[in-house]
Design a protein. Sequence first.
Length: 329
Amino acid sequence: MPLAGKKDRQDESNLPSNDDPSSGFIRFKVENVSDLPPKGVYSPVVKVHRLPWKLLVKKEADTSFLEVYLHNWESESDMWSVDASIEFSLINVSGGENIIKKFDNTFNHEASGWGFENMCSWEDLLDEEQGFSKDNKIIVEARFTLSNIVGIRTISPIDYSDPNVPSHDITFLIDGEKIHANKGILAVHSPVFSAMFYGEFAEKNNKEVELKDVDRKAFIDMLNLIYPSYEKISVSNCESILKLADQFQIDVIIDQVEKFLIYSTEFIAVKKLHLSDQYRLVQLQDHCLGDIESVDDVLDLKETDGFKELADNVKALLLEKVLKIIKET
Protein backbone atom coordinates (compact mmCIF):
# COMPACT_ATOMS: atom_id res chain seq x y z
CA MET A 1 0.00 0.00 0.00
CA PRO A 2 1.50 3.38 -0.96
CA LEU A 3 2.14 5.76 1.90
CA ALA A 4 2.32 9.52 2.10
CA GLY A 5 5.87 10.85 2.35
CA LYS A 6 7.04 13.76 4.45
CA LYS A 7 7.35 17.16 2.79
CA ASP A 8 10.63 18.88 2.07
CA ARG A 9 11.68 21.84 -0.03
CA GLN A 10 14.19 21.94 -2.89
CA ASP A 11 15.38 24.57 -5.32
CA GLU A 12 13.14 24.26 -8.37
CA SER A 13 14.51 26.94 -10.71
CA ASN A 14 15.74 26.27 -14.24
CA LEU A 15 14.53 22.68 -14.38
CA PRO A 16 14.42 20.49 -17.48
CA SER A 17 11.02 19.28 -18.67
CA ASN A 18 9.83 16.01 -20.18
CA ASP A 19 8.41 15.82 -23.72
CA ASP A 20 4.83 14.86 -22.80
CA PRO A 21 3.42 17.62 -20.58
CA SER A 22 1.39 15.07 -18.57
CA SER A 23 3.94 12.24 -18.30
CA GLY A 24 7.19 12.08 -16.38
CA PHE A 25 10.26 9.90 -15.96
CA ILE A 26 12.96 10.09 -13.31
CA ARG A 27 16.06 7.87 -13.21
CA PHE A 28 17.94 8.25 -9.94
CA LYS A 29 21.36 6.72 -9.27
CA VAL A 30 21.89 6.59 -5.51
CA GLU A 31 25.46 6.33 -4.23
CA ASN A 32 26.67 5.22 -0.78
CA VAL A 33 23.33 3.51 -0.31
CA SER A 34 24.46 1.66 2.82
CA ASP A 35 24.97 5.03 4.53
CA LEU A 36 21.76 6.84 3.58
CA PRO A 37 21.21 9.89 5.81
CA PRO A 38 18.18 9.71 8.17
CA LYS A 39 16.14 12.05 5.96
CA GLY A 40 17.05 10.14 2.81
CA VAL A 41 18.26 11.59 -0.49
CA TYR A 42 16.35 13.39 -3.24
CA SER A 43 16.77 13.03 -6.98
CA PRO A 44 17.16 16.06 -9.24
CA VAL A 45 13.80 17.68 -9.92
CA VAL A 46 11.91 17.24 -13.20
CA LYS A 47 9.14 19.59 -14.30
CA VAL A 48 5.96 17.84 -15.48
CA HIS A 49 2.83 19.86 -16.18
CA ARG A 50 4.55 22.90 -14.63
CA LEU A 51 4.97 21.01 -11.35
CA PRO A 52 8.37 19.99 -9.91
CA TRP A 53 8.66 16.25 -9.17
CA LYS A 54 11.44 14.37 -7.40
CA LEU A 55 12.19 10.94 -5.96
CA LEU A 56 12.96 10.39 -2.29
CA VAL A 57 14.95 7.28 -1.35
CA LYS A 58 15.39 6.52 2.34
CA LYS A 59 15.51 3.98 5.16
CA GLU A 60 14.10 4.63 8.60
CA ALA A 61 16.37 3.56 11.45
CA ASP A 62 13.77 1.16 12.87
CA THR A 63 12.91 -0.59 9.59
CA SER A 64 14.61 -3.16 7.39
CA PHE A 65 13.32 -1.98 4.00
CA LEU A 66 14.24 0.49 1.30
CA GLU A 67 11.60 3.22 0.99
CA VAL A 68 10.81 5.07 -2.24
CA TYR A 69 8.50 8.08 -2.63
CA LEU A 70 7.50 10.45 -5.41
CA HIS A 71 7.15 14.09 -4.30
CA ASN A 72 5.98 17.24 -5.97
CA TRP A 73 5.88 20.83 -4.78
CA GLU A 74 4.94 21.77 -1.25
CA SER A 75 2.00 24.17 -1.34
CA GLU A 76 -0.24 25.10 1.56
CA SER A 77 -3.04 26.14 -0.80
CA ASP A 78 -6.02 23.76 -0.84
CA MET A 79 -7.06 24.76 -4.36
CA TRP A 80 -4.93 22.27 -6.28
CA SER A 81 -4.83 18.52 -6.77
CA VAL A 82 -3.60 16.04 -9.36
CA ASP A 83 -4.16 12.32 -9.86
CA ALA A 84 -1.14 10.22 -10.79
CA SER A 85 -0.55 6.70 -12.04
CA ILE A 86 2.93 5.75 -10.85
CA GLU A 87 5.34 2.90 -11.51
CA PHE A 88 8.49 2.51 -9.41
CA SER A 89 11.34 0.26 -10.57
CA LEU A 90 14.36 -0.87 -8.58
CA ILE A 91 16.77 -1.79 -11.36
CA ASN A 92 18.59 -5.10 -11.27
CA VAL A 93 22.00 -3.95 -12.49
CA SER A 94 23.09 -7.55 -13.13
CA GLY A 95 20.43 -8.03 -15.77
CA GLY A 96 18.00 -9.92 -13.58
CA GLU A 97 14.36 -9.08 -12.93
CA ASN A 98 13.62 -5.58 -11.67
CA ILE A 99 11.40 -4.98 -8.67
CA ILE A 100 8.37 -3.07 -9.98
CA LYS A 101 5.53 -1.60 -7.93
CA LYS A 102 2.58 0.42 -9.26
CA PHE A 103 -0.18 2.50 -7.74
CA ASP A 104 -2.61 5.34 -8.38
CA ASN A 105 -3.11 8.20 -5.96
CA THR A 106 -4.01 11.84 -5.57
CA PHE A 107 -1.46 14.53 -4.73
CA ASN A 108 -2.67 17.69 -2.99
CA HIS A 109 -1.73 20.12 -0.22
CA GLU A 110 -2.25 17.45 2.44
CA ALA A 111 -0.21 14.76 0.72
CA SER A 112 2.37 15.90 -1.82
CA GLY A 113 4.43 12.70 -1.58
CA TRP A 114 3.41 9.06 -2.04
CA GLY A 115 5.33 5.83 -2.28
CA PHE A 116 6.26 2.50 -0.71
CA GLU A 117 7.95 1.86 2.62
CA ASN A 118 8.81 -1.71 1.56
CA MET A 119 10.28 -1.40 -1.93
CA CYS A 120 12.95 -4.00 -1.16
CA SER A 121 14.33 -5.67 1.94
CA TRP A 122 17.51 -3.99 3.12
CA GLU A 123 19.31 -7.33 3.29
CA ASP A 124 18.54 -8.17 -0.34
CA LEU A 125 19.37 -4.63 -1.43
CA LEU A 126 22.90 -4.71 -0.04
CA ASP A 127 23.59 -8.29 -1.14
CA GLU A 128 25.30 -7.73 -4.50
CA GLU A 129 24.54 -11.31 -5.51
CA GLN A 130 20.87 -10.30 -5.69
CA GLY A 131 21.84 -7.78 -8.38
CA PHE A 132 20.19 -4.62 -7.05
CA SER A 133 23.37 -2.94 -5.84
CA LYS A 134 26.89 -2.68 -7.16
CA ASP A 135 29.76 -0.78 -5.60
CA ASN A 136 27.28 0.49 -2.99
CA LYS A 137 25.11 2.11 -5.69
CA ILE A 138 21.52 1.48 -6.77
CA ILE A 139 19.26 2.81 -9.54
CA VAL A 140 15.62 3.71 -8.93
CA GLU A 141 13.22 4.81 -11.66
CA ALA A 142 9.77 6.37 -11.61
CA ARG A 143 7.34 6.64 -14.51
CA PHE A 144 4.15 8.57 -13.91
CA THR A 145 1.19 9.97 -15.80
CA LEU A 146 -0.92 12.86 -14.51
CA SER A 147 -4.67 13.38 -14.91
CA ASN A 148 -7.59 15.32 -13.39
CA ILE A 149 -5.34 18.32 -12.81
CA VAL A 150 -7.06 21.02 -10.76
CA GLY A 151 -5.77 24.48 -9.88
CA ILE A 152 -2.70 24.45 -12.16
CA ARG A 153 -2.95 26.76 -15.16
CA THR A 154 -1.68 25.57 -18.52
CA ILE A 155 -0.55 27.64 -21.48
CA SER A 156 -1.68 26.60 -24.95
CA PRO A 157 1.27 26.28 -27.35
CA ILE A 158 1.50 28.53 -30.38
CA ASP A 159 0.20 26.90 -33.56
CA TYR A 160 2.65 28.09 -36.21
CA SER A 161 0.67 26.35 -38.96
CA ASP A 162 -2.26 28.71 -38.34
CA PRO A 163 -2.14 31.58 -40.88
CA ASN A 164 -3.83 33.76 -38.25
CA VAL A 165 -0.84 33.66 -35.89
CA PRO A 166 -0.67 37.24 -34.52
CA SER A 167 1.90 39.56 -36.18
CA HIS A 168 3.24 36.99 -38.63
CA ASP A 169 4.84 38.49 -41.73
CA ILE A 170 6.88 35.59 -43.09
CA THR A 171 5.94 32.03 -44.04
CA PHE A 172 8.48 29.21 -44.14
CA LEU A 173 7.89 26.19 -46.32
CA ILE A 174 9.45 23.08 -44.76
CA ASP A 175 8.76 19.60 -46.14
CA GLY A 176 5.77 21.00 -48.01
CA GLU A 177 4.13 22.48 -44.90
CA LYS A 178 3.80 26.14 -43.99
CA ILE A 179 5.10 27.68 -40.76
CA HIS A 180 4.17 31.28 -39.99
CA ALA A 181 6.49 33.56 -38.01
CA ASN A 182 7.62 37.14 -37.46
CA LYS A 183 10.73 38.54 -39.19
CA GLY A 184 11.58 41.01 -36.44
CA ILE A 185 11.52 38.44 -33.64
CA LEU A 186 13.74 36.05 -35.61
CA ALA A 187 16.15 38.77 -36.74
CA VAL A 188 16.72 39.98 -33.17
CA HIS A 189 17.96 36.53 -32.17
CA SER A 190 19.72 35.39 -35.34
CA PRO A 191 22.23 37.23 -37.55
CA VAL A 192 21.39 34.70 -40.27
CA PHE A 193 17.71 35.64 -40.25
CA SER A 194 18.63 39.32 -39.94
CA ALA A 195 20.71 39.11 -43.11
CA MET A 196 18.03 37.04 -44.84
CA PHE A 197 15.22 39.51 -44.17
CA TYR A 198 17.00 42.87 -43.99
CA GLY A 199 20.18 42.33 -46.00
CA GLU A 200 20.74 41.92 -49.71
CA PHE A 201 19.54 38.33 -49.95
CA ALA A 202 16.94 37.34 -52.54
CA GLU A 203 14.54 36.36 -49.74
CA LYS A 204 14.38 39.96 -48.48
CA ASN A 205 11.10 40.78 -50.20
CA ASN A 206 9.63 37.29 -50.28
CA LYS A 207 6.51 36.50 -48.28
CA GLU A 208 7.38 32.81 -48.36
CA VAL A 209 10.80 31.20 -47.93
CA GLU A 210 11.55 27.52 -48.48
CA LEU A 211 14.02 25.97 -46.04
CA LYS A 212 15.66 22.82 -47.32
CA ASP A 213 17.39 20.14 -45.24
CA VAL A 214 15.69 21.45 -42.09
CA ASP A 215 13.75 19.24 -39.70
CA ARG A 216 10.24 20.72 -39.35
CA LYS A 217 9.63 19.61 -35.76
CA ALA A 218 13.05 20.84 -34.66
CA PHE A 219 12.37 24.19 -36.34
CA ILE A 220 9.10 24.56 -34.41
CA ASP A 221 10.86 23.57 -31.18
CA MET A 222 13.42 26.28 -31.92
CA LEU A 223 10.67 28.86 -32.52
CA ASN A 224 9.13 27.94 -29.17
CA LEU A 225 12.40 28.84 -27.48
CA ILE A 226 12.57 32.20 -29.28
CA TYR A 227 8.95 33.21 -28.84
CA PRO A 228 7.37 33.88 -25.41
CA SER A 229 6.48 30.23 -24.79
CA TYR A 230 6.47 27.63 -22.03
CA GLU A 231 7.93 24.97 -24.28
CA LYS A 232 11.20 23.57 -22.96
CA ILE A 233 14.27 21.76 -24.18
CA SER A 234 13.94 18.00 -23.71
CA VAL A 235 16.07 14.90 -24.07
CA SER A 236 14.52 14.04 -27.43
CA ASN A 237 14.76 17.48 -29.05
CA CYS A 238 17.93 19.05 -27.67
CA GLU A 239 20.29 17.69 -30.35
CA SER A 240 18.07 18.73 -33.26
CA ILE A 241 17.51 22.16 -31.70
CA LEU A 242 21.25 22.55 -31.14
CA LYS A 243 21.92 21.73 -34.80
CA LEU A 244 19.48 24.41 -36.00
CA ALA A 245 20.57 26.98 -33.42
CA ASP A 246 24.13 26.51 -34.64
CA GLN A 247 23.02 26.75 -38.28
CA PHE A 248 21.16 30.02 -37.67
CA GLN A 249 23.70 31.30 -35.08
CA ILE A 250 21.12 31.76 -32.30
CA ASP A 251 23.43 32.08 -29.30
CA VAL A 252 20.66 32.41 -26.70
CA ILE A 253 19.33 28.96 -27.64
CA ILE A 254 22.81 27.43 -27.84
CA ASP A 255 23.37 28.65 -24.27
CA GLN A 256 20.08 27.07 -23.15
CA VAL A 257 20.88 23.73 -24.75
CA GLU A 258 24.38 23.77 -23.28
CA LYS A 259 22.97 24.34 -19.79
CA PHE A 260 20.44 21.55 -20.33
CA LEU A 261 23.19 19.13 -21.36
CA ILE A 262 25.34 20.05 -18.38
CA TYR A 263 22.60 19.11 -15.91
CA SER A 264 21.08 16.24 -17.88
CA THR A 265 21.57 12.72 -16.51
CA GLU A 266 20.19 11.14 -19.69
CA PHE A 267 23.32 11.72 -21.79
CA ILE A 268 26.51 9.79 -21.08
CA ALA A 269 29.79 11.67 -20.75
CA VAL A 270 31.12 10.53 -24.13
CA LYS A 271 28.03 11.91 -25.86
CA LYS A 272 28.39 15.22 -24.03
CA LEU A 273 32.07 15.43 -24.99
CA HIS A 274 31.21 14.76 -28.63
CA LEU A 275 28.53 17.48 -28.70
CA SER A 276 30.76 19.95 -26.87
CA ASP A 277 33.45 19.51 -29.51
CA GLN A 278 31.08 19.51 -32.48
CA TYR A 279 29.32 22.72 -31.44
CA ARG A 280 32.16 24.42 -29.51
CA LEU A 281 30.37 24.25 -26.14
CA VAL A 282 33.19 25.33 -23.83
CA GLN A 283 31.24 25.16 -20.57
CA LEU A 284 29.92 21.67 -21.33
CA GLN A 285 33.39 20.39 -22.19
CA ASP A 286 34.81 21.95 -19.03
CA HIS A 287 32.03 20.33 -16.98
CA CYS A 288 32.75 16.89 -18.47
CA LEU A 289 36.48 17.17 -17.82
CA GLY A 290 35.82 18.45 -14.30
CA ASP A 291 33.78 15.33 -13.52
CA ILE A 292 36.84 13.15 -14.18
CA GLU A 293 38.55 12.57 -10.84
CA SER A 294 40.65 9.46 -11.42
CA VAL A 295 42.43 7.43 -14.07
CA ASP A 296 39.70 4.80 -13.66
CA ASP A 297 37.12 7.38 -14.74
CA VAL A 298 38.97 7.79 -18.04
CA LEU A 299 39.32 4.03 -18.45
CA ASP A 300 35.57 3.70 -17.93
CA LEU A 301 35.01 6.32 -20.63
CA LYS A 302 37.24 4.34 -22.98
CA GLU A 303 34.92 1.33 -22.64
CA THR A 304 31.83 3.42 -23.45
CA ASP A 305 30.09 3.24 -26.81
CA GLY A 306 31.12 6.18 -28.94
CA PHE A 307 34.56 6.70 -27.43
CA LYS A 308 36.35 5.66 -30.63
CA GLU A 309 34.39 8.30 -32.55
CA LEU A 310 35.61 11.15 -30.34
CA ALA A 311 37.79 13.67 -32.15
CA ASP A 312 41.55 13.39 -31.66
CA ASN A 313 41.70 16.75 -29.88
CA VAL A 314 39.17 15.52 -27.30
CA LYS A 315 41.18 12.35 -26.72
CA ALA A 316 44.26 14.55 -26.29
CA LEU A 317 42.42 16.53 -23.59
CA LEU A 318 41.58 13.29 -21.80
CA LEU A 319 45.23 12.25 -21.95
CA GLU A 320 46.23 15.62 -20.46
CA LYS A 321 43.67 15.02 -17.71
CA VAL A 322 45.17 11.61 -16.94
CA LEU A 323 48.69 13.04 -16.76
CA LYS A 324 47.47 15.81 -14.46
CA ILE A 325 45.78 13.31 -12.15
CA ILE A 326 48.91 11.13 -12.02
CA LYS A 327 51.07 14.16 -11.27
CA GLU A 328 48.81 15.26 -8.40
CA THR A 329 48.65 11.81 -6.77
